[in-house]
Design a protein around this ligand. Structure first.
Ligand SMILES: C[S@@+](CC[C@H](N)C(=O)[O-])C[C@H]1O[C@@H](n2cnc3c(N)ncnc32)[C@H](O)[C@@H]1O
Length: 263
């Protein structure tokens, strides 16, 4: 993109307006999936929903409009401000606040929690990811669910390396490109480049960021769930979010949503 006047290196999470356009355009499948999992896998009524790493609340706001009581946390203050402003503007109840999902508490228990697009992999150590699963065990009541979506590192297939997509709202268009920078299997660190090319009638500019994510093979993830001591994995799906089509996770699987039920 040689005509690009401005390039800034910043976290995409510090730009909630563009993040929300890029990731929030199509939530319908995820929303339906959350409701169907509640019907199929939870015990008891599902009224109270919680999202760790909720970001801009692209899913929470819709769920609140459908009458669920909602709450969420995120490490990024800008995302939380964006989310709370939106909840207020839409006139729905619900609150999100800044907290680290590695170790946190909530004043009440929830029936179902969800974390659908890899945010969990931002936790960079075994201790923090175990801390997260245990914190979530305190947040979700017995028989309730935690829907945890992550990309695994396949051990019998080549992982995907690049992805590009576009989103538009009115005169604002954002083209997104994401690519693998490197993978260190021994240290379990994967780095991805991500860029937003932002076009408005008066300005064209780019945000460049690097996402550093912890990697999980299928056995590593299963071991972590077992070690948490509070969750049973009752079903697995992929990122098509089709609750009628469970998958069997094997060494070639990349995207998985684990349906964890609180013991
Ligand atoms: C890919 S975004 C997902 C946001 C939202 N869940 C969604 O589906 O659009 C990842 C989010 O994780 C948040 N995050 C990263 N590390 C975190 C941590 N330790 N505790 C809480 N949130 C964290 C980021 O600030 C960001 O908003």
């Amino acid at each position: 993109m040689s005509s690009l006047a401005e390039v800034i290196s910043e976290s995409i999470y510090d730009h909630p307006k563009y993040y929300d356009l890029v990731f929030g355009a199509d939530c319908a499948a995820e929303l339906k999936f959350i409701r169907r999992c509640a019907e199929q896998h939870a015990s008891g009524k599902i009224n109270k929903l919680f999202e760790p790493a909720c970001g801009t609340g692209r899913l929470l706001v819709h769920l609140a409009k459908h009458g669920y009581e909602i709450a969420g946390i995120d490490l990024n203050e800008k995302a939380i401000d964006f989310c709370n402003n939106r909840l207020e503007k839409k006139g729905v109840k619900g609150r999100t606040w800044v907290a680290d999902m590695a170790d946190f508490k909530t004043p009440k228990k929830y029936d179902l929690a969800f974390n659908t697009i890899n945010s969990f992999r931002h936790l960079s150590t075994e201790a923090s990811s175990l801390g997260h699963l245990r914190s979530m065990g305190d947040v979700v009541r017995r028989g309730g669910l935690y829907l945890l979506g992550i990309h695994l590192t396949p051990t019998q297939a080549a992982p995907s390396e690049t992805e590009s997509w576009s989103a538009r709202r009115g005169h604002l268009a954002v083209n997104t490109h994401m690519w693998t920078i490197d993978r260190n299997r021994r240290k379990r660190v994967e780095r991805f480049g991500i860029r937003f090319d932002i076009h408005t009638p008066s300005r064209t500019w780019r945000i460049d960021d690097v996402l550093v994510l912890r990697s999980y093979t299928m056995p590593q993830m299963q071991q972590l769930i077992d070690d948490s001591g509070c969750w049973d994995c009752v079903e697995t799906y992929d990122f098509t979010y089709d609750a009628d089509s469970p998958i069997v996770v094997d060494a070639g699987t990349e995207d998985v949503v684990y349906v964890l039920r609180r013991r």
